[in-house]
Design a protein around this ligand. Structure first.
Ligand SMILES: NC(=O)c1ccc[n+]([C@@H]2O[C@H](COP(=O)([O-])OP(=O)(O)OC[C@H]3O[C@@H](n4cnc5c(N)ncnc54)[C@H](OP(=O)(O)O)[C@@H]3O)[C@@H](O)[C@H]2O)c1
Length: 260
C-alpha cells in the first residue's frame, strides 16, 4: 500500500540539523513534498537536496528565524508560492541554552529559549493555519520534550518553555475541534543531536559527556516517530507521544555503562 504521505505538503522548522533534518529525509522517503526552514541556509539547502535524493518530489528550503515575526511571515509567503495548503506543519525549531540554576540564569538565554520554543510555535502556527483550516486531516505536530513534563536542576527556563509548548498544543487542539485539523506533540527524552553542543555553546567535551555510556535516541528514531504520527488516518489524532531511550527510565534515572 502506498504511503498516506505521498505528495502531502510538509513544512518543517529547524530542519538544518538534528530531528528536523532527519525528518526531512524521512518524509522525503515517503514521497512527501517538503518546504523546510532554519537560520543556517547552506546546511538547510544540503538537507533539502538529501530529501530530494531520498524521494521527495519537491524539496525546497528558505531562511527562517522563528524568533522574529517578520521572518515567519516572509517564510509563509514563500510557502504560499509553492502551495495553497499545508498537510503537516512540524514545529521543531528550538533548543536549550545553558544549564544554569535560576540564581545564575542569564536573560539572553532565557529570552532566546522562550522566543524559539514558545513564541516561535505560536507565530508559525498562526501564520500557517490559514493554509490548514480548510484542509481537514491536516496536522500540527509540535516537538516538545520530556523536559516539559518533568523539571530538572538547571533546566527551569527550558522546562518552562517546553511545558508552554505542551499547553499551546492542548489549547490549540481545543480551538480547532470541529475543523478536522489535528494537533499533537511528540516529546522525546535524551537524543544525540547538536542539542547539547548548542546548550553548552560549542563546548564539545561537555556536550559529549551528556551521552557517555548511554545509548540515546537518534535523530532518525524521532523522525520515525514523526512520520508514524503524521501517517495515521485523518480520523486518528495522536495527541501526545513520549519517547525515551531504553537507558533513560526517567529524567534522573539513566543507565550508564562504565568502561571496562
Ligand atoms: N536532542 C534532545 O535531547 C531533545 C530532546 C527533546 C526535545 N528536543 C527538542 O527537539 C527540537 C530539535 O532539537 P534537536 O535535538 O534536533 O537539536 P539541533 O540539532 O540543535 O536542532 C535544532 C534545530 O532548530 C533550529 N533552530 C533553533 N532556533 C531557531 C530559530 N530561532 N529559528 C529557526 N530555527 C531554529 C536549528 O537551526 P538553525 O540554527 O540553523 O536556525 C536546528 O535546525 C528542539 O525543539 C529541541 O528543544 C531535543
Amino acid at each position: 500500500m502506498p504511503s498516506r504521505l505521498v505528495n502531502k505538503w510538509i513544512v518543517i522548522t529547524g530542519a538544518s540539523s538534528g530531528f528536523g533534518a532527519a525528518a526531512a529525509r524521512a518524509f522525503g522517503a515517503e514521497g512527501s513534498k517538503l518546504l523546510i526552514g532554519a537560520r543556517r541556509v547552506e546546511r538547510l539547502e544540503k538537507v533539502a537536496s538529501e530529501a530530494r535524493n531520498a524521494g521527495a518530489p519537491v524539496s525546497q528550503s528558505h531562511a527562517l528565524d522563528v524568533s522574529k515575526t517578520a521572518s515567519v511571515e516572509a517564510f509563509v509567503r514563500w510557502v504560499r508560492t509553492h502551495t495553497d495548503k499545508i498537510d503537516v506543519l512540524i514545529n521543531n525549531a528550538g533548543g536549550a541554552l545553558g544549564l544554569d540554576p535560576v540564581a545564575l540564569g542569564k536573560d539572553e538565554d532565557w529570552e532566546n529559549m522562550f522566543q524559539s520554543n514558545v513564541l516561535g510555535v505560536l507565530r508559525m502556527t498562526r501564520a500557517c493555519l490559514p493554509l490548514m483550516v480548510d484542509n481537514p486531516g491536516s496536522y500540527v505536530i509540535n516537538v516538545g520534550s520530556v523536559a516539559g513534563r518533568v523539571a530538572y536542576e538547571g533546566g527551569a527556563a527550558y522546562c518552562a518553555a517546553k511545558a508552554g509548548e505542551l499547553q499551546i498544543t492542548r489549547a490549540l487542539r481545543l480551538e480547532l475541534c470541529g475543523t478536522g485539523v489535528r494537533v499533537g506533540t511528540v516529546d522525546p527524552g535524551m537524543a544525540e543531536t547538536e542539542f547539547s553542543l548548542v546548550r553548552f555553546k560549542g563546548d564539545e567535551k561537555r556536550a559529549s559527556k551528556v551521552y557517555e555510556g548511554v545509548e540515546p535516541l537518534t535523530a532518525e528514531d524521532v523522525a520515525d516517530a514523526l512520520v508514524w504520527v503524521a501517517s495515521r488516518p485523518p480520523h486518528v489524532c495522536i495527541d501526545e507521544m513520549l519517547l525515551k531511550c531504553t537507558d533513560q527510565a526517567a529524567i534522573h534515572k539513566l543507565h550508564r555503562r562504565t568502561k571496562a
